[in-house]
Each structure stands twice: as structure tokens, then as C-alpha cells.
Ligand binder design. Structure first.
Ligand SMILES: *Cc1c(COP(=O)(O)O)cnc(C)c1O
Length: 392
């Protein structure tokens, strides 16, 4: 029988992989209301605490008054308005690239960039832990698609030897489920040695990383020559929505010609670009947000190590606690929730089988006291889990 959806859903449930959407009944922030319950949350990507910032809200409000609400058309028809253009110029300045092109979402930016740059006869090489949008983009492009071992330059170099046509090497800047960062200097060298281009999606690096929030590329001091295609998203540390691709004049003009997810969609609301211009200003100038966040990351890692939790190799706001079994990760997440804390369990297929985890994310909006509350609850939940499994 075709379309036996009930059976597929039942199997998903049996595998502890069934996904449900928590209902957020408050603005984004450390203290939220979810499904009627007040919770202290450690799961959003609003790393600098800008998603609910009064100045960003006011910029949006003023933008709507001046520019209306809807984009009204695609960028190529009559939807490319002055705030979009000003935001592109500000993003080019942030990244130190000649141009930046605004997309409606990060998913679309990645689909657009990869499919515009490579196709049949070409090669796309991706880190095997890349974000789903990058993997989907590689498959959709029609280029020869190959994944190299996580952050492993030798594995990449082997694949570069066999690459044909235009070759694009694609990596997350900060890996979204692990929190570690790509070894960009080495990846850039390997790519350049073979005449390949390196594309970096730094969705989680812009904001927290780099002296001015310029992300992993600024962190390593890399140039456009090292990273010709640089993607950032605006829904994380920028606290708004959308994404951009930054690079050369020729790159951006090519995307305008050939990136179908850019061409065939309505531009984002211009007032949203006004809000992002404000958040970009705060992201660059309010260094205390990055510094406070770094302090919380240190506090969390020290505390978690004392408890004996298995952390990952991460100095970013993404601090996963490895659990392994998907059911156990769900169970821990539920226990935390009963204590008024929200930490998401991340399960396959988002992460490899057997590597389910609690994904803790810290933001500049959290306080030290809140991080301590999390550590106390984790200590308690893991101690109870250990006790239960020794009795089992
Ligand atoms: C969130 C994310 C995206 C998608 O960006 P959206 O704007 O949310 O569509 C792309 N890449 C990475 C690495 C991400 O974490």
C-alpha cells in the first residue's frame, strides 16, 4: 500500500526519533514560557541576546512605518529596496569583502551559492558533519558529491586529487551540533593548492567569534583569497532573520544571475533589513556581549568537567554534552524540564547514530547564576541516571 504514513510515523516513534515542536509562548530569551510552563532555556542560537533587544525592535517598527511591511516582489523585479541595499553594504564592510548579497534564509543562501557555482562535470567536497542545507545543496547541484572525514585535511586532500571540473570545498565555520571550528587555514591551503574554492558557512561564528564579531574567518585572519565564498546567517547572533553570501564582485554578480533561490523568491521585508542594520551595529560595537559570553562558556566548561560530564572540543557558545543513546538523551532532557530547565536532546539523523547529546547553547543574555542553576541540575540528573543504570 503506498503512502503508509501511519507505519512510518510509528516506526519513528519506536526508534525514539519522533520530533515534536515545543510551543514558545513568550519572546526569545533565557527565561521563556513553553507549553504553558516557565523555563530557563539553554537552546536558542540568539548568542548575543539581540532577538528581543529594544533598539532592534524599535528599528523594525520605524522601518515598517517608513517602508511598509511586505517586500512585494523579488529582488530582480522591484523588491530590492534601499534598506536591503544598505544592509548588503554594511555586511560587505563587516566581512571585509567587496560585496555581499542578501538571501531570505540561510538554507536558501547555501542552496543558491552551491548550485550557482558547480554543476554537472564539477566536484563538491563537504565535511561529513556539515549542516543539512550544505549537504542538500551539494546533492542538488548535480556535481560529483563527496564527503570527507570531519575536519580532516588529509581526507580532503585525497578527494581533491580525484576531483574534476570546478571544485568547491564546503564547510561549516562552527559545526552546529558539535561546537568545534573548522581548521580553515589548513583547508584553505589544501583547496588553493588544487585550484579549488573554499566556501565557509559561518552561521554560528558571526557574532561570538572574532574581535569585531566577524566570525571564524576574522578569528583566523583569513582573506578573500583563502575563503572566496563566505556565508553568514542573520537568524542566530544577529537576532533577526535572513542570510548573506559575501565575496568578490564577480561572485555576487554570478549569484544574481544564476542562484535560483535568490532569483525566484520575494525579498525579505525591508523593515527586517532595518532591524538587522541595528543589530549589526550592536554586534560590532558592544564588545561586552562577546566578553560576557566567553566568561559563561568558561564557567560552564569548568563546572561540567568537575561533574564529570563528557563535553566536546568547543570554545564556542555551542556546548554539547555527549550522551550516546537517543532514549537516554531524551530522558535527561525530560528530567531537566521537570526541574524547570530546557535543554534540547539532539538525536540521529541530525547527528550520527550513537552520538545523541544534550545541546547546551549559552548566550550573552544568560547570567552566571543561571549557568550555575544549569550545572546544579545537570549534576543531579546525571547522578540519578548513574544510580539507576547501576541498579538495572
Ligand atoms: C541555521 C543554519 C543554517 C540555516 O540558516 P537559516 O537562516 O536558519 O535558514 C545554515 N547553516 C548552518 C550551519 C546553520 O546552523
Amino acid at each position: 500500500m503506498p503512502f503508509d504514513l501511519a507505519a512510518r510515523l510509528a516506526a519513528r516513534r519506536a526508534d525514539n526519533l519522533y520530533r515534536q515542536r515545543p510551543l514558545l509562548e513568550s519572546p526569545q530569551g533565557p527565561e521563556v514560557v513553553v507549553d504553558g510552563q516557565p523555563l530557563l532555556a539553554f537552546c536558542n542560537n540568539d548568542y548575543l541576546g539581540l532577538a528581543n533587544h529594544p533598539q532592534v525592535i524599535e528599528a523594525w517598527r520605524a522601518g515598517a512605518t517608513r517602508w511598509g511591511v511586505g517586500g512585494g516582489a523579488s529582488h530582480l523585479v522591484i523588491g530590492h529596496s534601499s534598506p536591503h541595499h544598505a544592509l548588503e553594504e554594511a555586511l560587505a564592510d563587516l566581512t571585509g569583502r567587496p560585496r555581499a548579497l542578501l538571501f531570505t534564509t540561510g538554507y536558501m543562501a547555501n542552496l543558491g551559492a552551491v548550485t550557482a557555482l558547480v554543476g554537472q562535470g564539477d566536484t563538491v567536497l563537504e565535511d561529513r558533519l556539515n549542516h543539512a542545507s550544505l549537504l542538500d545543496a551539494g546533492l542538488l547541484s548535480g556535481a560529483r558529491f563527496n564527503r570527507y572525514l570531519h575536519n580532516d585535511v588529509r581526507s580532503l586532500a585525497n578527494r581533491l586529487e580525484k576531483a574534476t571540473g570546478n571544485t568547491l570545498v564546503v564547510t561549516d565555520g562552527v559545526f552546529s551540533m558539535d561546537g568545534d571550528i573548522a581548521d580553515l587555514p589548513a583547508l584553505a591551503r589544501a583547496a588553493k593548492a588544487k585550484g579549488a574554492w573554499l566556501m565557509v558557512d559561518d552561521a554560528h561564528g558571526f557574532g561570538p567569534l572574532g574581535a569585531q564579531g566577524g566570525g571564524v574567518v576574522e578569528h583566523f585572519g583569513l582573506s578573500q583569497d583563502d575563503v572566496p565564498v563566505l556565508v553568514g546567517t542573520l537568524g542566530k547572533a544577529f537576532g533577526t532573520a535572513g542570510a548573506f553570501v559575501a565575496g568578490s564582485e564577480a561572485l555576487v554578480e554570478s549569484l544574481i544571475q544564476f542562484a535560483r533561490p535568490y532569483i525566484y523568491t520575494t525579498s525579505q521585508p525591508p523593515a527586517l533589513a532595518c532591524a538587522t542594520l541595528k543589530s549589526l551595529e550592536l554586534l560590532r560595537s558592544e564588545h561586552w556581549r562577546r566578553e560576557h559570553l566567553r566568561g559563561l562558556i568558561r564557567q560552564f566548561r569548568q563546572g561540567a568537567e568537575q561533574i564529570g560530564l563528557q563535553l566536546m572540543d568547543s570554545f564556542t557558545p555551542i556546548q554539547p554534552i555527549l550522551v550516546g543513546d537517543a532514549g537516554q538523551a531524551m530522558h535527561l532532557s525530560q528530567r531537566l524540564r521537570e526541574r524547570g530547565l530546557m535543554v534540547t536532546a539532539i538525536r540521529p539523523p541530525t547527528v550520527p547514530a550513537g552520538s545523541a547529546r544534550l545541546r547546551v547553547t549559552l548566550t550573552a543574555a544568560h547570567s552566571e547564576a543561571q549557568v550555575q542553576r544549569l550545572l546544579d541540575a545537570l549534576a543531579d540528573c546525571f547522578a540519578r541516571l548513574a544510580k539507576e543504570s547501576s541498579h538495572a
